[in-house]
Design a protein around this ligand. Sequence first.
Ligand SMILES: [Zn+2]
Length: 93
Amino acid sequence: MDDLIPGLVGLAIIVGLFFLLRVIVLWYWQIDKITNALNSIDNRLRDVTSILSSVKDNTNNLPRTVNRICPNCKEQVDNDSKFCFKCGRLLDE
Ligand SMILES: [Zn+2]
């Protein structure tokens, strides 16, 4: 039992030092600020994604006017498109 106490004290000191060094490292490299910024970016991207998906749902309900063919890649494109959405070629008027 007497051999166990110094080991436990040493273990407690090591654990305490670990948490102390962890706080210092997180402060020095500004990990908490980076984490907050990444969370903010993540939330905004989720908002943008939901907005884009709702816009896509709305545009899918619109009647498409597909009766032109891209001369480069033969993809069907809308009448009012300036560029082919597949290959990016400028379409003639
Ligand atoms: Zn094309």
